[in-house]
Structures are given as C-alpha cells and as structure tokens.
Write a protein that binds this ligand. Structure first.
Ligand SMILES: Cc1ncc(COP(=O)(O)O)c(C=O)c1O
Length: 428
C-alpha cells in the first residue's frame, strides 16, 4: 500500500519528473505510486514497510522473480571484472549463442538497450533490405516509444489516452498502416491494396499490451503467407513472449516463424536490453557489415549480458515455465469461478504465464474489445489488491505476469486476495 513516505517522495518526484515518473505506467498507481526499497523472490518491499507479492515482474523481464541468486552472482562477478569496455567481451558472444540455440530464424544477433531500440532497428533493417517504406502494425500492439510504431499503440499509450502520440510528423505516421489483430480478411485487403510497397509487418504474436489477446492460428498463418507472397518481411516482436512462452518463444509455441525476431526483457535478466535476431543474409545489412545504421554506447552492455545469460541458463535447467504456467492457471481458474458465481459478463485471457481479465465484455479477440471493458472497475480491483499486499498492473491494458517464485503460500494468498476483492467490489 502506498503510505506517507511514498507520498512525500512522490511530491518531490513530481517537481523533477513530468507526472512524477520516468515511464508513464508507473504513474497509473493511485492515489500515488509506492516507492520500492528492496525486493527478493516474489516480493517488493516498499519504503512504507509494506510487502507486496509482485505480479508485474517489471512488465515481464523478471520471470525468475527478484534477485535470483544466480543472476545476482553473475552481475556481481561481472562488476568485479568491469562493466563497460567500448570493445567486445566474451559474455556477449556467449549470450548470442545461447539465444541462437533457441530462436529461429537463427543466424545473427544485434544487441541494443531496449525493446524500443530493437523494434526501431528491425523496422529500419526491413526497409533497408526491401527498399520499401510502408510498415503494417496492429491496433493495440505496442512496440516501444519511437515514431515508426506509436500509432494506435496499446499499453500506457492507450491507458493515458494517446494511442497515437503527438509530436510525430504526419509524413512519418502515414508510412505506418494499422490493421485489426486477428482479422484475416482485413489483412488480405490491405495487402491487395498496398502489398508491393510494404516493407514489413510488425506484430506481437500474442498481444500483451491490450491486456492479453491470443492470436487465432489462421491469423498467424495468414501473416506468414501474405508477407512471403508479397516479398514483405514478417517481424515478430517477441519482447514479451520471447523466452516466456518457452525457450523458443511464440514462434515455437504456435509453429509460425518470422523473418526478423525482436527480443528484450527476459534476455537481459532485469537489466536494460533489446535484440534483433535474423538470418545471416538479412543481418549482414546492419553496420558495420552493411549500410543500415545502428550503433550504441551501451549496446551489449556487459552487465545485461551477464544477467541475461544467467537467466537463460536457469530457464534451460529449472521447471520455471511449468511453475509460472500453473500459477497463472490457478489465478485464471479462481477468477473464472468467482466471476461465474457473481454472474457478470467477463473474459479471461491467458497464454502460459501471461494473463488478464476483463469485466463487462464476453470476448476479447482484438484491442477494441479490450478497450470496451470496465477499466474503472479493474482500477478499483487493482487498488484493493494492493492494499492486501498483491501488486498487479494498474492498467487493464497491460498484462499480469507470473514467474518462478509464484507457488505455495504467496500464490495461495494471492488467489484468496483476488476472490475476496472481486466479491467486495462487485457485490455493491
Ligand atoms: C511487445 C513490446 N515490444 C516492445 C517494447 C518496448 O520495450 P522497452 O520498454 O524495453 O523499450 C515493449 C515494452 O513493454 C513491449 O511490450
């Protein structure tokens, strides 16, 4: 619960940061965000003395929970060897090799510092390779905060009412065509009209930024078919789903493969990271071997590399995916039971360890359905859960994440908190 110390820190923060925060969603926690003091396992401890079971997991990266001992040790070991060299280090090669073992289309990697940078680089690469300008994105997908993709974006952009940001020149946003997720005939029409000018389609294979919206199988296969037949590239933004739905991400999960895969979040173990993965042929277009420019002072930062490598090794060895899936399933089952017993219309979407629930709608297959849900009620549920020591995202347009530490007592308490909160809020 956000107490007096957090409140006074937030007052100071508001003097130095727009809205008091450095990323908008953090400001969505009402009446003010809690300030974290430390964290361990499933829990964040606040400066007000509260202990919160964390189901945000930093919006995805912390699938192993907070301060997993192996990740902590890898970071500390790397610190003792130095943390920035402006020259390659062995740990970046090791992480790339680990990623390439699991992520198709294999080939090569470019490490950057965020998912935003990675999708920006992927789009530029696709334009450079194809010599075309148009890209297609889907309503409600979020691909980071750069100009190419901030059109009809989900996530905090929708939560704060700016799905299409101001400050983006019309001449830029005109190059980004927006289609409806899961709408095969709309996509076919779009390709019929513009197909020969489309450099790439960028998509979250599972939308995790309008709550959670799973793809229909025929939608993913249509994406693959249409991009291939028109010579466009298919960019799978697996910043959330990569190494979360399994080691091979959404591609392996659904058996549909893109031309360029964008990764982030989990592959950095909680430190800043982004990555573009594609075939040797496509990747060799990036500088310095090719003419599509990308560079970064912090690219392949040794601390991110070390934390990511340690994280992937735990994922390869431990039953993380099973534990995370069972936790999410348990929350889903209980949500369904309590919402059924109340007799309201609702939808629960879950893919492995990402889930979200929507009250007031029956089905959520595209972003407009998610936008129609009762967000006010969701916000109230979030607030009451927080008061009971359970932290879920404050926005119905984001996802709830589970991970390795979510079993036993913490999960039992969480499920109970969900049940009692929903009864309290919805019986009035
Ligand atoms: C699917 C997806 N792509 C890209 C991004 C941008 O990543 P970052 O916040 O690291 O810039 C996000 C962030 O949440 C995301 O969910």
């Amino acid at each position: 619960m956000s107490g007096d110390r957090s409140r006074s820190l937030f007052e100071k923060a508001k003097e130095v940061f727009p809205g008091g925060v450095n990323s908008p969603i953090r400001g969505a926690v009402k009446p003010w965000p809690f300030f974290a003091e430390k964290s361990e396992g499933a829990y964040i401890y606040t400066v007000d003395g509260a202990r919160l079971a964390d189901y945000v997991l930093a919006y995805g990266p912390l699938i192993l929970g907070h301060r997993h001992p192996e990740v902590e040790k890898a970071i500390a070991d790397q610190v003792s060897r130095g943390w920035l060299f402006a020259s390659p280090s062995d740990v970046e090669v090791a992480l790339a090799r680990e990623i390439l073992r699991h992520v198709k289309p294999g080939g090569m990697v470019r490490f950057v510092n965020s998912g935003t940078e990675a999708t920006m680089t992927a789009v530029r690469l696709a334009r450079g390779v194809t010599g075309r300008d148009l890209i297609v994105k889907f309503d409600g997908c979020y691909h980071g905060s750069h100009d190419y993709v901030l059109v009809s974006a989900g996530s905090a952009a929708t939560h704060f009412g700016v799905p299409t940001s101001s400050g983006i020149p019309a001449s830029v946003s005109r190059l980004t065509l927006v289609a409806r997720f899961n709408d095969v005939s709309g996509l076919e029409q779009l390709f019929e009209n513009y197909g020969n000018d489309i450099a790439a389609v960028i998509v979250e294979p599972v939308i995790a930024n309008s709550g959670v919206i799973p793809p229909k199988r025929e939608f993913l296969t249509a994406l693959r078919r249409l991009t291939s037949s028109y010579g466009s590239l298919l960019i799978f933004d697996e910043v959330v789903t990569g190494f979360r739905l399994g080691l091979g991400g959404a591609q392996e999960y659904y058996g549909v493969y893109g031309d360029i895969v964008v990764l982030g979040k989990i592959i950095g173990g909680g430190l800043p990271i982004g990555a573009v993965v594609s075939s040797r042929e496509i990747m060799s277009n990036l500088t310095p071997s090719g003419r599509v420019f990308n560079a970064g002072t912090f690219n392949a930062h040794p601390l991110s590399m070390a934390a990511g490598l340690a994280t992937l090794r735990v994922l390869e060895r431990e039953p993380v995916y099973r534990i995370a899936r069972e936790a999410a399933k348990s929350i889903e089952d209980n949500l369904r039971e309590v919402l059924d017993s109340i007799g309201t219309s609702y939808a629960v979407s879950r893919v492995e360890s990402i889930l979200q629930f929507y009250v007031g709608v029956d089905v959520v297959e595209e972003a407009s359905h998610a936008r129609r849900a009762n967000h006010k009620l969701y916000g109230l549920i979030h607030e009451k859960l927080l008061a009971k020591g359970v932290f879920i995202t404050p926005s119905n347009m984001e996802a709830i994440f589970t991970g390795l530490p979510h079993e036993g007592e913490v999960l039992d308490n969480t499920v109970e908190a969900f049940r009692s909160t929903i009864r309290e809020v919805m019986r009035h």
